[in-house]
Design a protein around this ligand. Structure first.
Ligand code: NAD
Length: 348
């Protein structure tokens, strides 16, 4: 199988998908693949036989505890890698080298070197490698991006974001407390999604600064709270706070332009109803024209992201979460960690 040029359509029988890692993210990825008319789940792989068996039962497909089964099965077209961060690069690269297209969970590995190695494996193998930045596909964010491109709020001046919760690390999986497996703390875990959204709207920052804290949870040397400041060539300044110490689920992404502002809040369920507020300033000042759109609680981000993966594989369409996006955001993450360690503003 090869990646077709844009506009060239290659018709396959249903694309067959192997899911490696049957945890929180793997369950959602598998459901998205099963729900798409052109793909079917073919195999579940997890080193934990119970997790593998449980998800395989849901989809009525075989399961294995050996990743080589997914790589050796020539009937598999796409591999989803949804393991702890420490295994993402090794498994994604092995799948690409075996000729599979890959959707790999974010972060794109633990280091810039791992991200670059994945990008280069995809390029050598001429396969699609998509990094799972599902937050771009929440409808409030998708719509906000379309409004921004239309010029509804004018050029961006500032972005402010906060994302996190207050759950005790350990409830989400012990690997997040292990530097070897996680790579980083909350700046990596939730922060990377926000860094990707900021990258989407504002491009690549030129200077970054951060303060990290390990304020509450006993997870040193990992951080449970991170503040980041970023400045872009365009003059845009962005600020982010991401923490496991917010005590309630919290997502808020604000974009301020010269003509108005947009605020995206909530991600459904415990994060509160997903909504987009657009404010357009009046020429003569005063309270802006304001409109809020509320979205259903159902999380459609996984299905929307998967649809883009399928059209990249079948039609060679450009896709978000490209290797370039993944490496760019890993560079920003790395610079933020270096800033926190050195106390310096870091140029990129
Ligand atoms: N896009 C998102 O919003 C989002 C949300 C959660 C997690 N994630 C990402 O998904 C990945 C997994 O996170 P999670 O929350 O699902 O973790 P999890 O602990 O719920 O699941 C991980 C699964 O991987 C299995 N596993 C571990 N090592 C393996 C290996 N070598 N081969 C096969 N299986 C292995 C574990 O047994 C476990 O079942 C991480 O990279 C995380 O950052 C993304």
């Amino acid at each position: 199988m090869y990646v077709p040029a844009p506009g060239e359509h290659v018709s396959y029988d249903n694309l067959r998908v192997a899911v490696i890692g049957a945890g929180w993210a793997g369950v959602r990825r598998a459901a998205a693949a099963a729900g798409h008319p052109r793909t079917e789940v073919a195999l579940i792989v997890d080193i934990d036989p119970t997790a593998a068996h449980h998800l395989a039962e849901v989809h009525e497909v075989p399961h294995s505890t050996d990743v080589h089964d997914a790589l050796a099965d020539s009937g598999v077209d796409i591999v989803i890698v949804a393991t702890p961060n420490g295994h993402l690069a090794e498994l994604a690269i092995a799948a690409l080298q075996a000729g599979r297209h890959v959707l790999v969970e974010q972060p794109m590995g633990r280091t810039v070197a791992e991200a670059v190695a994945m990008a280069s494996a995809a390029s050598s193998a001429e396969r699609v490698l998509k990094v799972g930045f599902n937050h771009r596909y929440y409808p409030g964010l998708t719509r906000a991006y379309a409004y921004f491109v239309e010029g509804v709020i004018g050029p961006i001046v500032n972005i402010r974001a906060q994302y996190g919760h207050g759950e005790r690390p350990g409830q989400l999986g012990a690997w997040r407390e292990d530097r070897e497996l996680a790579g980083g703390g909350q700046l990596t875990d939730h922060g990377l999604h926000v860094l990707d959204l900021i990258h989407w709207f504002a491009g690549e920052p030129k200077e970054v600064f951060s303060f990290l804290q390990t304020a509450v949870w006993p997870i040193k040397p990992l951080e449970d709270s991170a503040f980041a400041l970023m400045r872009f060539d365009s003059g845009v300044v962005a600020q982010m706070h991401t923490a496991w110490t917010l005590w309630a689920e919290n997502f808020r992404f604000e974009i301020f332009g010269t003509e108005g502002a947009m605020t995206i809040e909530g991600l459904g369920e415990r994060y509160g109803q997903h909504r987009l507020t657009v404010a357009r300033r009046r020429a003569h000042g005063g309270h802006p024209y304001t409109e809020t759109t509320f979205f259903d609680d159902e999380d459609i981000s996984w299905a929307a992201e998967w649809a883009e993966m399928v059209s990249a594989v079948e039609d060679g369409q450009p896709y978000m979460g490209s290797p370039h996006d993944g490496v760019t955001v890993m560079n920003v993450l790395d610079a933020l960690y270096r800033s926190a360690e050195s106390g310096q503003l870091i140029g990129l």
